[in-house]
Design a protein around this ligand. Sequence first.
Ligand SMILES: [Zn+2]
Length: 168
Amino acid sequence: MNNNNFKHNRHTAVMHVSATKMSQDYTIEDCKRYHKSKGWSDIGYHFYIEKDGTLHQGRPLDKNGAHVSGFNSGTIGICTEGGLDERGVPKDTMTDLQRLTVEGLLLSLKIENPKMKVKGHRDYSPDLNGNNVIEKHEFLKACPCYDAQEKFKVFNGDLETILKKLGK
Ligand SMILES: [Zn+2]
């Protein structure tokens, strides 16, 4: 992957999970096959991060993804493998290696567009009671099984603060 793979002018990175158990292998090829079986032209995500932290390019960033209904224009879809416990219940299963990869990816994307924000798929659920907070009972989906705005809070700040925080 070269730096051109991160060039974009999109306003929000949206985090997802594959919604699979950590005991199961669900590679980018599996994901691509599934999305194509739904009749899509390509994998719906722009980036896919496997359990061991390997970063894969999905759909190129100059094309809209297919990952968050109604909001594919202007957003970047990032999916990490996992998201379910062994009983199949939504759980934050992100490994340290996945987290490091996500942080590096978000930093690269933020450098391309310092105004970019980070959200989770579930943050696009409707605010049914209109209190400006998307609450748990309002989630259309559990995805990404964690609070992305909290977990990657630093990336919603300015670039200088991020660089300081990451000690680079
Ligand atoms: Zn999702």
